[in-house]
Design a protein around this ligand. Structure first.
Ligand SMILES: *Cc1c(COP(=O)(O)O)cnc(C)c1O
Length: 388
């Protein structure tokens, strides 16, 4: 299928080096400019990036923080969510979604994911609501926006806050609207491997409510607007000026990188069409940004091994559902609590995905999968000599 001269050349899972090489001189100049100005803490670049990122997300305000986890946590705090409150989210997210809820003293109430989209199963939300429920955190998992319209309708009806976990969905659209513009607030992460990644940790809280934005500005900076005057007991959760300067440069390329990811995903999906692997359903009028390209197969171990043998890296997002983590044993949720999430955890496999991925690499990944699935059938079928 592919004429790759060296079938064992590595196909990494993500390739941060390729992205950096493209922008290296620009990034170096931006870092030098910050060093010369010396405004390392809440400097010019932070305010400029906040304005640019809010505009990009089509929201009124953005507040730079030190991680996606902090963005989620400070949004919850700003909406007054704390001990005794319950926050609904899905069992198949990255642990940070639940940790943000725990960190404010609230209790994560998990629901299962939809078997087709892998997003939060909207039909399971209402039965999880109790008199203590204060908020819902839908996760735009793998880069596809959750079904925000029914989620907002449920929230309206029960007077709940909705915070989008958009840490995997920078730039995604659903029915024309950007990730981060649906809920009362949204959290983004700039962890290096995200669609928009810093050279270290970083995050952003976005909201249309200027009071919430101002409160998060307080919380991230020791509860202070005026130096040495502290309105509330805050934290140190600021976005570094150096990271903001780098992110400003990368933001200008994000749409183009996301378009490349979508093209790669389309190619994967086309080439995998005739294989028995399952790909998440994409909702009508949705424009995902494919933070991850995930397939599902009962032959995962075999596929992962075959890909590894061909020098192709893969990942699993995530192998252990939140309710089965040791950290959440206290939730008292036994195996079987979320059957779809649990089944997926045993079957999902993330294939290489980044803007600079080549068509040749995609073809090699798929060819390896096809060969592995084929050899599996031969193994469990008749000995080769008997096959007609
Ligand atoms: C990455 C991620 C986070 C946390 O972001 P950090 O910047 O690593 O704290 C939260 N939720 C999801 C779904 C993520 O993928």
């Amino acid at each position: 299928m592919t004429s790759n001269p060296n079938p064992l050349s590595p196909v990494p899972f993500v390739d941060l080096g390729a992205q950096h090489a493209e922008l290296a001189s620009e990034i170096t100049a931006a870092i030098s400019a910050v060093v010369e100005r010396g405004d390392f803490i809440l400097g010019n670049a932070v305010a400029a990036f906040e304005e640019e990122f809010a505009a990009y997300c089509e929201t009124n305000a953005a507040v730079g923080v030190d991680s996606g986890l902090s963005a989620l946590e400070l949004l919850l705090r700003a909406y007054g969510i704390g001990p005794g409150d319950e926050v609904i989210t899905q069992a198949n997210s990255f642990i940070a979604t639940a940790l943000a809820i725990s960190s404010v003293g609230a209790t994560p109430v998990l629901v299962d994911c939809d078997p087709d989209t892998y997003l939060i199963d909207v039909s399971k939300i209402e039965q999880a609501i109790t008199p203590r429920t204060r908020a819902i955190i839908p996760v735009h998992l793998y880069g596809q926006i959750a079904e925000m319209e029914p989620i907002m309708a449920i929230a309206d009806q029960h007077h709940l806050i909705v915070i989008e976990d958009a840490c995997q969905a920078h730039g995604a659209r659903y029915r024309g609207r950007r990730a981060g513009s649906f809920g009362h607030g949204a959290a983004f992460s700039f962890y290096p491997a995200k669609n928009l990644g810093a050279l270290g940790d970083g995050g952003m809280a976005v909201t249309n409510d200027p009071k919430i934005a101002d409160y998060i500005r307080l919380l991230r900076n020791y509860g202070s607007v005026q130096k040495y005057h502290h309105e509330v007991c805050g934290f140190n959760r600021r976005l570094d000026t150096l990271q903001a300067a780098v992110l400003r440069i990368k933001l200008r390329h994000l749409d183009q990188w996301n378009a490349a990811r979508r093209e790669h995903a389309q190619r994967y999906t086309e080439l995998l069409r005739d294989t028995p692997v399952h790909c998440p359903l994409i909702l009508a009028d949705s424009e995902p940004v494919y933070h991850l390209y995930v397939i599902r197969t009962t032959e995962r171990a075999r596929l992962q091994q075959a890909l590894q043998a061909n020098n192709i890296a893969t990942g699993i997002h995530y192998p252990v559902p939140i309710h089965q983590q040791a950290a959440y044993r206290s939730l008292g949720l036994a195996e079987g609590a979320f059957p779809v999430t649990e089944q997926h955890a045993g079957e999902i496999l993330s294939l290489p995905m980044y803007a600079e991925l080549t068509a040749e690499s995609i073809e090699r990944v798929v060819a390896t999968i096809q060969t592995a699935l084929h050899s599996n059938r031969a193994d469990i079928g008749q000995p080769a000599a008997v096959v007609a």
